[in-house]
Design a protein around this ligand. Structure first.
Ligand code: G4P
Length: 304
């Protein structure tokens, strides 16, 4: 899996966050409701210390509503944080954010502003939320190394000052599914991961988790046994054919991905708390085995 990171940029952004944390009261992390685990900043719990935190599960219009509620319960119970599920079509929920922040500081007087650091990986909808809260278009902070725009402060009428940091996509790809899910959601652009690969990942997941959505969208009465056959059926149905009648998988993959990203197939969540726990447990085992191998290699080396 080939994914482009900007290590220097991320290092600087991480340092900037640490400095900012000294002057802020709380953290607002914007997550993609379809993948709250894969779209989180894995360093946040470490950076955060005991600062209060609100996690916004954004783009909830694209996610499975039952699973979003499951995530909210799970996050609030296990992480001592508040959550809010919202999307671009629920401005009344976005408007609740300042009130939610103030509720977390009951001792503060109404005239005292709350300093909130707002963060999120690129494309989760952070700018859309900031613009909705500010009631105007605020220039984006830079996501790319070439963009020199830095952190900015946005003073809202409701006694909230937002500290906006450049978007950061941390190298949280020890878990292979995380990369695929970020690609499915559009957070990682097609150039970084091969979209055929991503489409096969999505097709396999949908076959297991959302068979009815596939049946309805592609008018398939009986689903095939595997993702390759499914892609062939979709390709044939959409006229993605090469000379000789072979399926053009590249074109099929593009169609499937754009329909998924636009929510045309339906509301889909790409991970659940249970899946996350299983994957974290697997990662722990992999890390332990790697550490043991490294140790035995070092021991062998010192014995020489
Ligand atoms: P960012 O600052 O976190 O990078 O994200 P931004 O607000 O720019 O939003 C990224 C894309 O996601 C935008 O689409 C935006 O309209 C869309 N978006 C934001 N919030 C929601 C939401 O709640 N639901 C849905 N369905 N979409 C949302 P775009 O400009 O068309 O960009 P792109 O999709 O072509 O990347």
């Amino acid at each position: 899996m080939q994914i482009q990171w900007y290590p220097g940029h991320m290092y600087k952004a991480g340092k900037e966050i640490k400095n900012t944390l000294q002057k802020i009261d709380l953290i607002i992390e914007v997550l993609d409701a379809r993948l709250p685990f894969s779209s989180e900043n894995p360093k946040l719990s470490q950076l955060r210390g005991d600062k209060p935190c609100i996690k916004l599960l954004n783009k909830s219009d694209l996610a499975d509503a039952d699973i979003t509620s499951e995530w909210q319960d799970y996050l609030e119970q296990t992480q001592d944080i508040k959550t809010l599920a919202l999307n671009i079509y629920t401005p009344e929920k976005t408007a609740l954010i300042p009130e939610l922040c103030h509720k977390m500081f009951p001792a503060k007087q109404a005239y005292q502003s709350i300093n909130a650091l707002i963060m999120g990986i690129p494309n989760v909808g952070k700018s859309t939320i900031i613009n909705a809260l500010a009631g105007r278009i605020i220039a984006k902070t830079g996501n790319e190394p070439a963009v020199t725009k830095r952190q900015q402060q946005i003073r809202l009428k409701q006694g909230l000052i937002l500290f906006d940091t450049p978007g950061m996509l941390w190298p949280n790809l020890e878990n292979k599914n995380t990369g695929y899910r970020l690609a499915v959601s559009g957070a990682i652009k097609d150039t970084a991961l091969h979209h055929d690969d991503v489409a096969f990942f999505a097709a396999e997941y949908l076959l297991h988790q959302y068979p009815q959505l596939l049946k309805d969208r592609f008018k398939i009465p009986v689903l095939p046994a595997n993702e390759t056959e499914l892609m062939e059926i979709i390709g044939r149905q959409r006229g993605c054919l090469r000379a000789g009648g072979n399926i053009d998988m590249d074109k099929t993959a593009k169609i499937l991905m754009s329909e998924i990203r636009a929510g045309i197939l339906g509301q889909i969540s790409w991970e659940t708390p249970k899946m996350m726990e299983t994957e974290l447990a697997e990662l722990k085992l992999i890390r332990a085995s790697k550490a043991a191998k490294k140790k035995s290699k070092m021991n062998a080396h010192t014995r020489k």
